[in-house]
Design a protein around this ligand. Structure first.
Ligand code: NAD
Ligand code: DAU
Length: 359
């Protein structure tokens, strides 16, 4: 039986990944989810799975060496899938330090503890693998009129978030080069789907539209992101572990570029289509809510992944068309109003006030 240590498994992508591997492998695997439960971590994302005997939750900070080392002592970990991070660009602009601490410092702790636990003779025990989940934002920004991010594109991060993720990627690369540490890196484009915290574009716009609040579009709304349904990302991570070459980096994404304003308009139109007339939320939803606000500082203009390598080497390609994925996502938020209410109470209100007032 294979044992996974998933960090940040109570967050958006981590929880979707845990759902995916439970569906795929069921009781053939053991899963340890190590998560500090910051504002972005939510045990409700794993409701149901948390009752499974082969699921174990450890509330701990990846920066806490003793706590992480203890997990490696208690469990014979075969796979580390490292999601835990501070993940929101806007928050990194407000408060960069925690990004360096968690994303760089925490990754160093994860690498050291895995190395200590897995070392054998002059190498590493057979079958052990560390997958570092990273982002396309490390590559910087592309011009509007063309170009793609390849694995060979030089790093050029612009936000404190992407700089800290670039730092973490460099550490993983250094461990692979120096110690032949058995790892892979994946750099993925923007994810969307269930369980995403509503500080990010898509769930924020859905929540604001349903509650009749302004829809804050940064700058001219023409920045481009390359959107991938989160389950397709989970599948890519699994396939890299199963079929990838150790020490390789794989870009994950799927030629699905959209301007932010297109996304916001599509959300409104889809909400109007899906909501029955008798639903009281329907009267709030309107394109009139769109409000252009001050741009994000250092706002990257365009991201676009070239997924050629992962397709050729591993056979992965995105399966969910955007038109289907966005409907599934909007339906999920409509059906999970209690989840949204829960995560937007308390701390979220203070964040929203600080981030958007005066914009
Ligand atoms: P998220 O913010 O939704 O979740 C992060 C999780 O990490 C939360 O459960 C949080 O509690 C946990 N966490 C944060 N700090 C921690 C710490 N110090 N110790 C232990 N746990 C901690 O993030 P996400 O959007 O799911 O992103 C997951 C990973 O994927 C990140 O590494 C991010 O850089 C990367 N990524 C995200 C996207 C995207 O579109 N969201 C795209 C590409 C890559
Ligand atoms: O590209 C991968 C990255 O995608 C991940 O590494 C990050 O963790 C993830 O947060 C995401 O970063 P972005 O900054 O692209 O995502 P966000 O949802 O914050 O913003 C998407 C676009 O929408 C961006 O151009 C900014 C814009 N935006 C965002 C918000 C929250 C708005 O116009 N208004 C908003 O209120």
């Amino acid at each position: 039986m294979r044992t996974y240590l998933v960090t940040g498994g109570a967050g958006f992508i981590g929880s979707n990944y845990i759902h995916y591997i439970f569906e795929k492998y069921g009781s053939d695997i053991e899963v340890v989810n190590l998560d500090a439960l910051t504002y972005a971590g939510n045990p409700e994302n794993l409701a149901g799975i948390d009752k499974e005997p082969n699921y174990h939750f450890v509330k701990a900070d990846i920066c806490d060496k003793e706590a992480v080392a203890k997990v490696f002592k208690e469990f014979d970990i075969d796979r580390v899938v490292h999601f835990a991070a501070e993940s929101h660009v806007d928050r990194s602009i407000l408060d960069p330090e925690i990004f360096v601490k968690t994303n760089v410092g925490g990754t160093a702790v994860m690498l050291n503890c895995a190395r200590d636990a897995w070392e054998e003779g002059s190498g590493f025990k057979a079958g052990k693998k560390f997958l570092h989940v990273s982002t396309d934002e490390v590559y910087g920004s592309l011009p509007e009129d063309g170009g793609y991010f390849y694995e060979t594109t030089p790093y050029s991060p612009h936000s404190p978030y992407s700089a800290s993720k670039a730092g973490s990627d460099m550490l993983v690369r250094a461990y692979m080069d120096t110690y032949k540490f058995p790892a892979n890196i994946t750099n993925c484009s923007n994810n969307y789907g269930p369980y995403q915290f509503p500080e990010k574009l898509i769930p924020l716009m859905i929540n604001n539209a349903l509650t009749g609040k302004p829809l804050p579009v940064y700058g001219d709304g023409k920045n481009v992101r390359d959107w991938l349904y989160v389950r397709d990302h989970a599948k890519a991570i699994d396939m890299v572990q199963e079929k990838g070459e150790l020490f390789e980096t794989y870009n994950v994404g799927g030629h699905n570029e959209k301007q932010n304003i297109e996304i916001v308009q599509l959300i409104i139109d889809t909400l109007l289509e899906l909501l029955p007339d008798e639903d009281p939320r329907k009267k709030n939803v309107s394109r009139d809510l769109i409000t252009y606000v001050e741009d994000r500082k250092g706002h990257d203009r365009r991201y676009a992944i070239a997924p050629d390598k992962i397709k050729a080497a591993i056979g992965w390609e995105p399966e969910t068309m955007f038109k289907d994925g966005i409907r599934l996502t909007i339906k999920w938020y409509l059906e999970n109003e209690a989840w949204m209410k829960n995560v937007t109470s308390g701390e979220y209100q203070k964040y929203y006030e600080k981030m958007y007032s005066g914009r």
